[in-house]
Write a protein that binds this ligand. Structure first.
Ligand SMILES: [Zn+2]
Length: 417
């Protein structure tokens, strides 16, 4: 979420970011000098830094934030140890010395480096040093840098979480401004009354999804709008000269539009998923191979695929919170078979209605598929007792600022153009 404040406030954020970097680099140096030998030493060293009058700024940073940066430093050191143990091959082959010492090979194994100044940098707070306003529209930084109150712009997902679930706040400086990222503890649980309803969902291009009762949720209009914008900007980019200023500008605009579209999509998918979970006791979906889907070159389809992927992630997330099983079934003839008698009724993509010659059952094609999905989920549950849950995939990569795995393939694709 973007932070809106005064220039003076941004300067204070810069100070805080610089201090975070200072803490990290100081600890790496102390490790090289042999003063820090463990994570605990690193924590203790934070205090030494804060008490050192030569570095008055170190004390200004919130004490838990100092620890967070000590953790970053220690993570870099640990990575190095691990690489050494695993004997990660170096990029340039370095002949081991005769005496077997590791000197000279160090840098090749990710020897912890001092970080230099970069525009893209961040400072991390844990559970103190900041406050959210009651309506969650303002963030106050309360440590001694006194950066003050910032208005929060962007995603409203923050409302879904309780304050005590926010474990860390990262202030990130980017080329276009300052952002706050909230890291959420995903162990939330909510009570939900049983609704006595089970549903199967069939996703498709015509409707975002159709459930097993025939209810349809359409694709939001902004999917198409975003698609048009991206197409236009892609065209514009392809017309610019390589290496020209206009090309950089065009690429930036395209990047920003991609980001915007994906944020809105995530927001929308989150709400749709929560609605489904709250009104059902069991949700069945098709186990679509998302990795292949996102690679798709057809833009409209790839936008939809990304939205489904997000939707599924949120379904599984809210499923865990509300204790609603979300069961993924293999997509095997779900749109072909008759949900009433099981006969395979072949149809092309353009056949919108399912008509069964054997039992006479007639339904919307997607509704028939949704019923099949629900039925195979229930079958799966009954034939493999206690194993139903195992189909619910584990950790999700859900993140509140819209930058998630799904966006990466599109970004890569864009670069190659
Ligand atoms: Zn039939």
């Amino acid at each position: 979420m973007k932070l809106e404040g005064e220039t003076v406030q941004y300067e204070k954020l810069d100070e805080a970011i610089r201090t975070g970097l200072f803490v990290r680099n100081s600890i790496i140096k102390a490790w090289i000098d042999g003063q820090v030998k463990s994570r605990n030493d690193a924590y203790k060293y934070c205090k030494i830094l804060a008490d050192n009058l030569d570095f008055p700024w170190a004390k200004k940073l919130n004490s838990m934030a100092r620890q967070a940066h000590a953790e970053r430093a220690w993570a870099a050191i640990e990575r190095f140890y691990k690489n050494c143990k695993a004997k990660v091959p170096s990029k340039k082959a370095v002949r081991p010395r005769d005496d077997g010492s590791r000197k000279g090979t160090r840098t090749k194994r990710g020897y912890p480096k001092f970080k230099k100044y970069q525009v893209r940098a961040s400072v991390e707070y844990k559970t103190s040093g900041w406050k959210l306003s009651e309506d969650r529209r303002y963030l106050v930084l309360t440590d001694k840098f006194e950066a003050g109150t910032f208005k929060l712009w962007g995603s409203r997902d923050l409302h879904y979480y309780q304050l005590k679930q926010i474990k860390r706040v990262r202030i990130i400086r980017r080329h276009d401004g300052y952002y706050a990222q909230f890291l959420i503890d995903h162990t939330r649980e909510e009570k939900k009354e049983l609704t006595g309803k089970q549903t199967g969902l069939d996703v498709g291009l015509n409707h975002f999804y159709t459930d097993s009762e025939g209810n349809q949720v359409d694709n939001p209009r902004f999917f198409r709008k975003g698609e048009r914008q991206i197409k236009k900007l892609q065209k514009r980019l392809s017309r610019t000269k390589k290496g020209s200023k206009n090309r950089i500008k065009a690429r930036n605009r395209l990047g920003i539009t991609h980001l915007k579209v994906s944020r809105r999509r995530n927001d929308w998918a989150c709400k749709a998923a929560q609605r489904v979970i709250r009104s059902n006791d069991l949700v069945a979906i098709e186990n679509l191979k998302v990795r292949n889907m996102v690679k798709n070159h057809h833009l409209a389809k790839s936008i939809n695929d990304a939205a489904w992927y997000k939707f599924r992630e949120w379904l599984e997330y809210f499923g865990r919170i509300y204790g609603v099983p979300v069961i993924a079934v293999e997509p095997f003839n779900t749109s072909q078979n008759c949900s009433n008698c099981g006969k395979k009724v072949s149809k092309t993509l353009s056949t919108r209605t399912h008509k069964c010659p054997r039992c006479g059952y007639e339904a919307d094609r997607d509704e028939n598929a949704a019923i099949n999905i629900l039925q195979s989920a229930l079958k799966q549950l009954s034939t493999t007792p206690g194993r139903g849950e195992s189909n619910i995939s584990g950790e999700t990569g859900l993140c509140l600022d819209g930058e998630t795995q799904t966006d990466k393939p599109t970004r890569r694709k864009r670069k190659s153009k």
